[in-house]
Design a protein around this ligand. Structure first.
Ligand SMILES: [Zn+2]
Length: 146
């Protein structure tokens, strides 16, 4: 009963994130089994069957270890997927020295530094030029918790 419930829960939560659905499901099933095995081990130990208790404890321990290993793998996979391609940004500056309006937009095909743009400055209507193209780096999201 308890096992079925846990499996259902993982199926439901697994639908929200597409990566590693089956892996998570397996992990939780193994986790549930290992908990059951350890529980049985404790019970058999109290009954007096130390050998059986040892076997169950061993099974439970191994299952738990596999489970933790898979979870670790899953977490690593999840963090790898999280790293998205950094955006390339283009800085456009107005060539009118009195204005010097600066706009930043996403890189578009054909952008290059010192390229004169046809689009006039939104502030003064002057000529605009691309002054910088760079890769946006998100420092905040960098985590090395694994
Ligand atoms: Zn301007």
């Amino acid at each position: 009963m308890r096992l079925n419930k846990m499996a259902q829960q993982t199926q439901q939560s697994g639908q929200s994130n597409k990566i590693g659905n089956y892996l998570l499901l397996i992990v939780f099933v193994v986790l549930a089994l290992s908990v059951v095995a350890l529980f049985v081990a404790v019970e058999t130990y109290f009954i007096g069957d130390i050998i059986a208790a040892g076997i169950f404890a061993g099974i439970g321990g191994i299952a738990l270890a596999i489970c933790l290993f898979l979870l670790y793998q899953y977490r690593r996979q999840a963090t790898e997927v999280k790293i998205d391609i950094p955006k390339v940004m283009t800085t456009i500056e107005c060539q009118n020295k009195g204005c010097a309006n600066k706009t930043i937009r996403e890189f578009q095909r054909g952008d290059y530094i010192f390229k004169d743009l046809d689009v006039a400055c939104p502030k003064c209507g002057g000529k605009q030029m691309i002054t910088a193209i760079y890769k946006e780096v998100k420092v905040k999201e960098k985590t090395y918790s694994v």
